[in-house]
Ligand binder design. Structure first.
Ligand code: MSP
Length: 520
């Protein structure tokens, strides 16, 4: 149902070595909700995710585990990263690994192109390198260590000492792109979003850019520099290129011109790589810059950024095993303003599950369907004696569809869901006020009863279509129960309110069953 316009969206590619936690799943879900929404808007939406597999950290862990880095990466992709996508119900169109031949060969083409065009030179570098971040650190990025590292300077993110490295490296002349980047941020204010991220990036670039060391020679787990195979490409330079190698750069021009440029969803911790280094690389190569870089906030657990190294990592399956993938998706997209930090707590998750999903949405669906079964033998009435209250519901359906569409256009996923929830609340209020069970007692009210039930069922259809990107499993079940034709994912989301009801309803199991066990 594509209308031809392309919406290419990416997640960061995850360090294959890490154990997937809810922070990683959060990024995946956000990008997936946006991709699903755009797919349902008739666009040629394409979601890319994958794994970042080169670099010193991976080499070290593989060696410690007695296997080659490639064997190590293969194992983790199959046992950890691909399963994560299933756990939180991601519908990605591709999965790129930086060890894929399509990536390695075309990343080399890119590099050679930059070298031939004079953007790369040989130099010497000495600096503090954090293997956790795979990045050279400035003195201002270091803090005083505590515990076993007391008396040393440690990386502020990983709390481990950095290594002083001195190497002959190849350098990318990034410093020459400062003015072009500032002009880009100025001319296209949406390029980096949200506003706080944009401001941070602008002030960083205004301080002046240094050239970037883009090769390493002290180890060999990486893509070989094409003109000097004693060097491997710096892991970030390699990783950023995934966004174009997966989209056909260097090997499928038709695909590349169809897909590129992309919208990149990334955590704010890796904003500079995406909003400064990446567009500078593309400008140097004469390739269009990304459409947008959106930096989302951190998930905080007990007030701290959740990360494996700080032992606060929660596996997504710990949540989905109890609450299901829909609840995971809904909770994180609804409870946290996309672009800001947000705290996770089991109490908040349980409370929202119960009040919003089970009582607010799930019960509404069950009650309406049960009443159509009881009062109309399951047949959805075609018309009735419509009143102003019914028209108000129709008005709400249109209004929230437009509001949610607008919110998604600036990636405000939380606002879109909040708008849709006005319809959930209005429908619940409408049923309480109209009392169909009371109308059913007197055959003289038949036309009014039918108007109320068809209004409610149409409202449910609109909700199924609008909520499909967020809670795909529940809405698929609801759509079937409403007798909707085709798949709910094939219904146009920007015209969600147009659905006028199928011939009859079918039994619906509880969309969000009661959870008895205490969790946490
Ligand atoms: N491999 C690089 C990215 C290369 S992209 C060309 C990397 N990987 S990562 O696995 O460490 O992190 C990837 C992303 O996971 C972060 O940008 C962020 O989107 C997400 N998160 C990791 N921890 C997170 C939180 N605690 N909260 C929210 N997102 C988090 O960096």
């Amino acid at each position: 149902m594509s209308d031809g316009s392309s919406f290419y969206i990416t997640t960061p590619i995850f360090y294959v070595n890490d154990v997937p936690h809810i922070g990683h799943a959060y990024t995946e879900v956000a990008a997936d909700v946006l991709a699903r929404w755009h797919r349902q808007s008739g666009e040629d939406a394409w979601l890319l995710t994958g794994t970042d597999e080169h670099g010193q950290k991976i080499l070290r862990t593989a060696t410690a585990n007695g296997v080659t880095p490639k064997e190590w990466a293969d194992r983790l992709v199959e046992t950890a990263w691909k399963p994560l996508l299933k756990t939180v119900d991601i519908k990605n169109d591709d999965f790129i690994r930086t060890t894929d031949e399509r990536h390695e060969v075309n990343a080399q083409k890119f590099l050679q192109h930059l070298f031939d065009a004079g953007h790369i030179y040989t130099g010497e570098y000495e600096g503090f390198y954090c293997v956790g971040c795979e990045e050279y650190k400035q003195p201002s990025d270091l803090i005083d260590g505590v515990g076993e590292y007391a008396g040393q300077q440690v990386c502020a993110i990983h709390s481990i000492p950095c290594e002083l490295l001195h190497e002959k490296n190849y350098f990318f002349r990034m410093s020459t792109f400062g003015d072009q980047l500032l002009a880009l941020y100025e001319e296209n204010p949406n390029f980096v979003q949200p506003e706080s991220a944009r401001n941070e990036v602008i002030s960083f670039v205004k301080q002046g850019l240094s050239d970037l060391s883009i090769s390493r020679s002290s180890f060999d787990w990486g893509i070989k520099v094409p003109w000097d195979d004693s060097h491997v490409v710096y892991v970030w330079f390699d990783a950023l290129l995934n966004y174009i190698t997966a989209a056909g750069y260097g090997h499928d021009d038709e695909k590349f011109s169809r897909l590129w440029p992309a919208t990149h969803v990334v955590g704010k911790d890796i904003l500079r790589f995406h909003a400064v280094i990446w567009p500078a690389m593309l400008l140097a190569a004469g390739i269009e810059v990304p459409r947008q870089v959106f930096g989302h906030g951190w998930l905080l657990v007990g007030g701290e950024k959740m990360s494996k190294s700080k032992l606060t990592g929660i596996a997504p399956s710990q949540i989905t095993d109890t609450f299901g993938s829909d609840a995971f998706r809904y909770y994180f997209m609804r409870a946290i303003s996309f672009g800001q930090d947000g705290s996770f707590s089991w109490e908040d998750l349980s409370a929202r599950y119960q009040s919003e999903l089970a009582n607010g949405f799930g019960n509404l669906a069950s009650r309406v369907i049960a009443m159509i079964v009881r009062y109309c033998d399951g047949e959805i009435p075609v018309g009735g004696d419509f009143s102003e209250a019914d028209e108000l519901i129709r008005g709400t359906e249109k209004r929230v569809t437009d509001a949610a569409t607008l919110a998604i256009s600036h990636l405000a996923i939380h606002e879109a869901i909040a708008a849709i929830w006005e319809l959930v609340d209005d429908l619940n209020g409408y049923i309480t006020a109209q009392e169909p069970w009371a109308l059913a007692k007197d055959p003289a009210n038949r036309a009014r009863l039918e108007a109320v039930l068809v209004t409610a069922v149409r409202g449910l259809g609109t909700l199924a279509v609008l909520l499909s990107p967020v809670v795909p499993q529940a809405t698929a079940k609801l759509w079937t129960a409403l007798g909707g034709t085709g798949l709910v994912t094939d219904q146009r989301i920007d015209r969600a309110w147009e659905w006028s009801g199928g011939p009859r309803v079918f039994p619906l199991e509880a969309l969000f069953p009661r959870i008895e066990a205490t969790v946490g």
